[in-house]
Design a protein around this ligand. Structure first.
Ligand SMILES: [Zn+2]
Length: 165
């Protein structure tokens, strides 16, 4: 990693009580921030669509269609894009469609914020990508046991709670 001010390679050191990347020449500090990812709830007949992960972390665990938000991307657009890439379905995010957001600190790729949206399906065009090994609709009473971390498990259980209300 290189300094944004002078281009020097950064070094790791304790600064303001945390291990950070600091420029040894000009003193510029790289303050790492939370990652942002977007997930989407897709329902059919009161069942929720979950995907089974093909890769680590959480290989073989079930998760909501989701992915990281690009630096120049509206998180809602990232959700739409990820759904299309992972399973092929064309969706739109519902108006005021933020279901909830979840802080997570259990992902080896870094801590972050999972934004979860509710959607309307425009086209059921199921074409699973190689990122997943299975996909299925689950009713609130028949969820799979292994639910993915990084906010997904909590979000899915919140969806179940909402269905039971
Ligand atoms: Zn520098």
């Amino acid at each position: 990693m290189f300094c944004m001010q002078c281009g020097q390679e950064l070094i790791q050191k304790i600064f303001e009580e945390k291990k950070r990347f600091v420029c040894p020449v000009c003193g510029w500090v790289y303050y790492q921030q939370l990652k942002v990812s977007s997930a989407v709830i897709i329902e059919k007949n009161n069942q929720i669509l979950l995907l089974k992960r093909a890769y680590d972390p959480w290989k073989d665990f079930w998760y909501l269609p989701a992915g990281y938000v690009e630096h120049d991307e509206d998180p809602r657009m990232a959700g739409i894009r990820e759904v299309s890439e992972e399973i092929g379905i064309k969706i739109q995010i519902q108006e005021n469609g933020l279901f909830n957001y979840y802080y997570f600190d259990d992902d080896p790729r870094g801590n972050g914020l999972l934004l979860v949206y509710v959607s309307n399906v425009l086209k059921w065009n199921m074409t699973p990508s190689e990122e997943i090994t299975d996909y299925r609709f689950f009713s609130p009473k028949q969820l799979p046991k292994s639910l993915c971390g990084a906010g997904h498990r909590t979000a899915i259980l919140d969806w179940v709670k909402m269905k039971n209300e």
